[in-house]
Design a protein around this ligand. Structure first.
Ligand code: MLT
Length: 393
């Protein structure tokens, strides 16, 4: 019997588990410390009333034999796929129902999609990057190339024609840097993928934070993307579903490689390995797109956007360089005095009881950067700013 030795090539513990452990240890040795958590991008506002009502109704349906549901379609119920179809439709993107797959969140499918690709493929990821992209490929033993995202390119790297990649990860607005690609930037990537027969895995989990109408919210706003891209999105950040779990993946019918339809392969993979998202959850997710659901969801998003503004105003006042904070719930700041990011993490935790995410956890280019999230409680975020100013001002 042999285990998968590729696990030896990843860190012992996932970034956010390491942070949670460090914070718990600090809490144990400093009981009562008023810790404010702006580390993991986890939402703090409850589900919208329209979502709760829809889930309660769905639960009642489950209690009556006539309306009870057993296994659902692995790729999701039509009512939710139609709602997502319309969500894209208002932005001029015409999806077919068969291109939409309901998932239990973007993170799972970003890992699961790798079943479709040979382990011989070369994967291209930006550095810094959301660690799940790197870890899932490393577990499978795939070769990973890193492209530099840094102050020089505004943390938005563009393709290098001399680099040959097969699978490319893009996330915009980006986790962790908060930077968002322009249409031209995404077009450059689509052109590269088409020219190189590559496939872009586009993580759009934070698209709902884009306010600037000039910025694309989906890769399918770019012509030709349906022949080279798969998009992953989620209700997590949009509607507070981090604990409820629901998302979607778009695999275009036009996407083919080596004569194989990736859409058909994904359907085959899902029907074999996945039994779908619970009916009750899908009903709640569909309610996000109802007029009341949209209005309530926007209110919650505005709350987080205000937090982002409070944090970015403070960084402006302190004269700290950062990306994000606009069109994104993340702020990616340069650690003061050239500090290393884990040292800055300890400094903030010990002297201000503030938790953020060290940039080093996202790659070598994050070594002197630090991520703060706008998903915190409003009062706590304001208090965090007071402490930041006191410590760094
Ligand atoms: C993060 O903090 O980067 C996010 O919570 C990651 C995720 O959504 O899994």
């Amino acid at each position: 019997m042999k285990v998968n030795r590729n696990f030896q090539n990843i860190a012992d513990s996932y970034l956010f588990s390491t942070i949670a452990r460090k914070v718990a240890e600090y809490g144990e040795s400093h009981p009562g410390a008023p810790i404010i958590r702006l580390g993991i991008g986890d939402v703090t506002l409850p589900l919208a009333p329209a979502v709760i009502e829809a889930m309660q109704q769905a639960l009642c349906e489950m209690s009556v034999q006539k309306s009870f549901k057993g296994y659902g379609p692995e790729q999701g119920y039509l009512f939710l796929k139609e709602a997502i179809h319309n969500y894209y439709g208002v932005r001029g993107i015409a999806l077919k129902a068969d291109e939409i797959f309901i998932s239990d969140g973007a993170k799972s499918d970003l890992g699961n999609i790798l079943d479709l690709f040979s382990v011989d493929n070369t994967v291209l990821v930006p550095d810094p990057v959301y660690p799940a992209y790197v870890d899932t490929n490393t577990m499978a033993g795939r070769k990973i190339l890193f492209m530099d995202a840094n102050e020089g390119n505004g943390f938005l790297p563009l393709p290098d024609a001399s680099v040959k990649a097969d699978v490319i990860y893009l996330c915009s607005p980006n986790n962790p840097t908060g930077a968002a690609y322009s249409r031209d930037g995404l077009k450059a990537w689509v052109d590269y993928a088409l020219a190189n027969d590559a496939v872009i895995l586009f993580d759009a989990a934070y698209e709902c934070f884009i306010e600037d109408p000039a910025l694309p919210r989906s890769i399918f706003e770019i012509e030709g993307a349906e022949r080279c891209a798969i998009e992953f999105c989620s209700f997590s950040k949009m509607a507070g579903f981090t604990g409820t779990r629901c998302g979607w993946t778009i695999v275009p019918l036009a996407l083919e490689r080596e004569g194989a339809s990736l859409n058909k392969m994904w359907l085959r993979r899902q029907t074999t390995k996945f039994n779908g998202v619970p009916y009750i959850v899908q009903k709640g997710a569909a309610a996000v797109f109802s007029p009341e659901g949209m209005q309530q969801t926007q209110q919650n998003l505005s709350y987080y956007k205000e937090n982002a503004k409070v944090l970015s105003d403070a960084l402006d006042e302190l004269g700290i360089w950062y990306t994000g904070g606009k069109n994104s719930p993340y702020l990616w700041l340069k650690c003061p005095d050239g500090m290393e990011s884990w040292a800055f993490f300890d400094h903030l935790l010990e002297n201000a009881n503030l938790v953020g995410t060290p940039g080093a956890g996202f790659g070598k280019n994050g070594a002197n950067f630090f991520r703060l999230t706008a998903f915190g409680d409003k009062a706590a975020t304001r208090e965090a700013v007071v402490r930041l100013k006191k410590l760094l001002g």
